[in-house]
Structures are given as C-alpha cells and as structure tokens.
Design a protein around this ligand. Structure first.
Ligand code: XMP
Length: 510
C-alpha cells in the first residue's frame, strides 16, 4: 500500500496544487471532501493530513468544518489558511476577520523559537496570503512561529501534538521556500519516504485489473484522446479480448480524424466497434446556436448512441473510464456537490446501465498519463495528442452547425496545424486550433468583392488548462497560415488571431 497523505479539501482553488507538489516529491496523496468522516479517512492509514484553504470564514454560522475526531488520530496535521483557522478555532483559539491588507504577497518573519515546519528557512520570506481572517488568539499549547510585517500570526504549531498551521500558501510559486515547508512536513514530520513510482505502477495496475475483473467483460467509450486510449491499452493488457471498446463518430471530429484514430486503435490491438452517428448528431444540432444547448444535445445523444451499442455487448459488467486525478477533485462547497469535470461522453452511464466503474487512471495527473503511455510503449502520436473537447468542433463552430461550415472549419484547422508542425512549433503548444465565426466581412479577391466568414487562430500554452497564456507565434508563420487559409479554404476571406489568455477568456470559444 502507498504511503498516503490525505488532503482535506475545504474549497480552495489551490487544493489540486498541493497534491501536485506532493507528487513531485514522490508522495501519494488522496484528496477528500471536507465532510469526509474520520472513519473513512482513517481507512487510508494516513501518514499525515493537510487541511486546505477555502473561501469561508470560520466565524460564519454555516461555515464548513471537518470531523473533529481527525485531530485525535495522532498523525501530524497541517492546516493551510482556512485549514489553520479551523484548527485554531477547534483547539480553542480565536479567529478574527478583516485584514484585507494581508492579501497578496506579504513578508513573513520567523520568530525566535524553533519550528520543525520552518526548518532551514531564512529568517524572512515572501509568502502568498489569500484570506482576510487571521488567528488573533493562540489556542493553548500552540506557539506562533512566524509573523507578518503587519503583526499577524502567519504560522503556528503545537509541537507535542504535531499540529501545524500556515496562514499563507506554501503550494504556490509566489511563496518563497514553499516546497521546503511541504518537504519538512511530509518527510521530517510525517516520516514519509517518497516511494511513489510510475514505472512499477503500470505492472501493478495491470495485475490489479486482472484480479478485479476476472473473466468478466468491460466496455469502454473511446474518444481518440490520451486518457481513454491509455486506459484502454492498460486494460487490454490485463484482460485482452474481454475489453470491448466503442468509438462514436459524432461528425464533429477534425479532418480525417475518425479514420486516423481507428487505424491507431487497430494497430494497438484494441477491439473497437466503430459507430458513425454523425448524421444523427448533425440533424439534432441543426438550427441550434446556443453554446450550452449544443453541449446538452451532444451529451445526451452520446449517451444514447453509446448505450445502444454497449447493450449489445453480452455479459458486460464493467465500464472503463479514462478519468484522471484532476477530474475527481471534489469541491469544498457547502452542498458538498462533486465538481467532477463532466466527461460528457459517458456521464451518468454507469448508474443507468448498471455497470461497475473501472477507472485505473484516477490517481494520475495528465503528464503522468503521458509518461505511463511511454512506459507501456504507446505511439508518440497518441500520447502527445493535444486535448480536444468532448463536444468537438461544435464548440469551435460558432453559430449554426452545418456540414458545410464544419468542412470549412476542418480545412482551415488542418492548415493551421500542418503549418505549425512544419515550423516545428506544434509540439510545444498545449492546444492550437481554428474557430469559425458566424460573422461576415468584406474582402477582395482578384477583381471581385467577397463577403465571407472569419477564421480565428487560437493557440495557447498551459500547465493544466485551468489557466492559459496565448502563444506567441512567429509572424512569418502566421502570415503563411493566413495566406493559405484565404487561398485554399472556400468561404473564408479573413483570418484573425486570438490574443487573449485564460482568464479572462476560456481556451475554447464556447
Ligand atoms: P476551457 O474552454 O474551459 O477549456 O478553458 C479547458 C480545457 O478543457 C477542454 N474542454 C473540454 N474537454 N469535454 C472535454 O473533455 C468538454 O466538454 C470540454 N470543454 C472544454 C478544452 O479543450 C481545454 O483543454
């Protein structure tokens, strides 16, 4: 069993980042929602617990809280920001509201006393604060270990109980020596050794799947994407022909993509049923321009088509999904609602079809899925594939979706990607694609006036798709792309470039 650090998520935007930082130290962590019971939490045999930040104020009557029994486990607990305030309040301290001056990067000064958590840190560091509340009276047995320039307690600890609190965020890059603080916690204080390793993980997981599934059948909806492909190859290695995959062509893929993807699956030895449902999708999308409406129709149809195919597979007991770690992070919202990123393609299916869920990648981050793909010798073109949204070109074909407009978009998009590849730029871009606007502008071609639609070039770089920076592409490359699109794609007389990052924009246009 892995050594586990449990991260209790109280709704911070940085929760996943804590897990990421731990993984970089080869520590396995499990993120659980704030309302998890102490019993469930204990079943993970945690070496330590981290309580995340969160947007609430502990003094609000309905503020979220954690099961107090976790403070009796005897294992080290680190509270970050809201987590620290919760620890303070639970242990008998006082939390006061309203120090907005402490928002942002603040200078922190260590106190004279020694601190296992702040071991080997300089006496002063800059750290990111993102909460208005602060601990104004220490609980009994706790000592302040650092203070902000404004005199606020920025960290405290109860060395006997191994309880630690940080008012700032060690997990973000804006906090100097944040990694060392987390290292001190997991290695020195919790006694972890850091033995999480992907190279053995594949073999162990294949053996686990064999055990779990036995001779039963597994169905899987393939999308052409990295996650579902890696998951399918892994399960195929475990149970062979008993994995039956279904690839639904919704008519919203890029140029020649369904054929290429099917050929790749075949080469990998996967058992795949190809379903061409493009006409069904296009006819139901006819006349629809609202982005949410488009997504809903596609999601519903996908389930319908997939379910109909999967039902034909006799004795299927399991549904394989390519869910990865960032997809399973639950929100710390009061309603306790799961914020699972909707894998629109198979959402809701397991319950509906009475299938058990198999999610072998749910512990891995995206880059680890790619690394695993390499370890199990999958072709580079699959594992380095750029993310592609489930609803496909529907969210890139603004306005009405018609076969003709999709074809225009496909051609332009293929040129864009082809030229980026030729210039050696494609592999260093997180996502590059075209968007077709339902806007006409006047142009001139030869001696005639044109009145055609507009293509947008969208290229971004990102670490995790949560934030993104628009890619600076060489002007000469852009010039070539623009000329080729206007010359070769009938129906386009203008090409523009999207120079917006995320936030404030999103990566996709719909
Ligand atoms: P946005 O546009 O929200 O996109 O900045 C973030 C990332 O998610 C992808 N995306 C999706 N992926 N189903 C998916 O599997 C979807 O419905 C979907 N919508 C957006 C998007 O391409 C980007 O990588």
């Amino acid at each position: 069993m892995n050594e586990n650090i449990i991260i209790i998520n109280c709704g911070s935007q940085f929760t996943q980042l804590i897990a990421r930082r731990l993984r970089e130290m080869k520590i396995h962590s499990v993120i659980l929602n704030w309302d998890v019971s102490a019993e469930i939490l204990e079943s993970y045999s945690p070496k330590g617990i981290i309580i995340s930040g969160g947007p609430d104020s502990v003094n609000e009557p309905d503020a979220i809280t954690v099961d107090k029994k976790i403070f009796d486990f005897g294992c080290p607990v680190l509270g970050i920001c809201y987590g620290m305030q919760l620890m303070a309040k639970t242990s008998g301290g006082v939390v006061s509201s309203g120090t907005s001056s402490e928002y942002g990067v603040t200078s922190i000064k260590r106190n004279e006393n020694s601190s296992a958590l702040l071991k080997n840190l300089p006496s002063e560091i800059n750290a990111l604060m993102s909460h208005g509340d602060h601990v104004s009276k220490l609980p009994e047995g706790f000592a302040a270990t650092s203070t902000t320039s404004g005199g606020v307690i920025s960290s405290f600890e109860n060395a006997n109980k191994k309880f630690f609190g940080l008012q700032f965020h060690p997990e973000v890059v804006h906090t100097e020596h944040g990694e060392e603080i987390l290292r001190n916690f997991v290695f020195d204080i919790c006694g972890c050794v850091g033995d999480w390793d992907l190279s053995n993980w594949g073999e162990t997981t294949i053996a686990d799947i064999k055990n779990k599934v036995g001779d039963k059948k597994v169905v899987c909806g393939l999308s052409g994407g990295v996650d579902s492909s890696v998951a399918a190859v892994l399960v195929n290695r475990a149970i062979g022909e008993n994995l039956q995959c279904v690839f639904v062509n919704h008519g919203l893929m890029r140029l020649n993509e369904p054929e290429q993807v099917m050929a790749q699956y075949k080469a990998l030895g996967l058992n795949v049923i190809y379903v061409d449902a493009s006409e069904k999708f296009l006819s139901e999308l006819a006349g629809v321009t609202d982005p949410e409406q488009k997504r809903k129709i596609i999601g519903r149809l996908f389930i319908e088509v997939f379910e109909a195919e999967a039902k034909k597979i006799k004795n299927a007991e399991w549904l394989l999904q390519g869910t990865i770690y960032p997809d399973v992070i639950e929100s710390g919202s009061k309603k306790g609602a799961a914020l699972i990123k909707s894998h629109h393609n198979v959402g809701g299916l397991p319950e509906k079809m009475n299938l058990k869920l198999l999610e072998p990648l749910r512990d891995l981050f995206k880059d680890e899925v790619r690394e695993l793909g390499k370890i199990i010798e999958m072709p580079e073109e699959i594992i380095s594939r750029q993310p592609f949204p489930g609803p496909g070109l529907a969210v890139r074909c603004l306005g009405e979706i018609t076969k003709a407009r999709l074809d225009v978009l496909r051609e332009a998009d293929a040129i864009f990607r082809e030229e980026l590849k030729a210039a050696g730029l494609y592999k260093n871009i997180w996502q590059a694609f075209c968007v077709l606007l339902p806007v006409k502008s006047v142009g001139v071609m030869g001696d005639s006036r044109t009145y055609n639609e507009v293509i947008v070039l969208r290229a971004i770089n990102s670490q995790d798709a949560m934030t993104a920076e628009w890619s600076r592409i060489d002007f000469d490359v852009l010039d070539k792309i623009s000329k080729r699109i206007c010359n070769e794609v009938k129906g386009i007389n203008r090409v523009v470039m999207d120079v917006t990052s995320k936030p404030p924009a999103t990566i996709e246009w719909e």
